[in-house]
Design a protein around this ligand. Structure first.
Ligand SMILES: Cc1cc2nc3c(=O)[nH]c(=O)nc-3n(C[C@H](O)[C@H](O)[C@H](O)COP(=O)(O)O)c2cc1C
Length: 171
């Protein structure tokens, strides 16, 4: 174990935070707009609530006022290029940012549900909580849909393939 770092710099903090492996999602709104997000978290079962944590400077945050409907696509292991694309600040804006990526609009949100993924949720913003240089966006879940396959994992600053999971109902 390495020595403890007291009053860590953002760099030291990011090193240890990167040890916490997460899944990777693309958050989308009708318009359309999309952005790669790994801070997606399941919050509550009753009522069904999830959260995402967005940088105050992100255009996605401006797209998510209270009451706004949006979708979350949970990425599969083969979707690394998709994750990189929707994280790239130089990508096209508006509909052009989806050129070359297959999607269809969600029935609840009209937001893009990206094809070939592991799962999809459609949600509605219920509260925004300022938290330093980010805002925690709390949302209720309205529709869910499952795919199958292995997950894309964000670990130590890299995007790696996770272990395959059995489809529901299989051991
Ligand atoms: C794997 C990965 C996960 C990310 N997760 C988040 C996140 O949870 N919150 C966030 O604000 N930005 C996150 N980002 C950065 C945004 O995707 C990136 O800044 C994007 O260009 C923001 O787009 P926007 O300004 O259109 O919202 C992540 C980037 C990557 C590569």
């Amino acid at each position: 174990m390495m020595p403890a770092v007291t009053r860590p710099s953002p760099y030291a903090y990011r090193q240890v935070a990167g040890r916490f492996a997460t899944g990777v999602t693309v958050l989308t709104v009708a318009g359309p707009h999309g952005c790669t997000v790994s801070s997606f978290t399941s919050v509550s079962l009753e009522p069904l609530l999830v959260s995402v944590c967005l940088n105050v400077d992100s255009s996605s945050l401006r797209e998510l006022p209270d009451g706004r409907r949006f979708a979350v696509t949970i990425l599969a292991a083969h979707q690394r290029a998709l994750a990189r694309h929707f994280a790239d600040p130089r990508r096209a804006q508006g509909p052009a940012q989806f050129d070359g990526w297959a999607w269809r609009p969600g029935a609840y949100s009209a937001a893009p549900l990206l094809a070939g993924a592991l799962g999809w949720l459609e949600c509605r913003v219920v509260r925004r909580i300022p938290a330093g240089d980010h805002v925690i966006v709390l949302a209720e879940v309205h529709t869910v849909r499952c795919g199958t396959g292995a997950p894309l994992v964000h670990f130590d600053g890299d995007l790696v393939a996770g272990a395959a999971v059995a489809p529901p109902g299989e051991g």
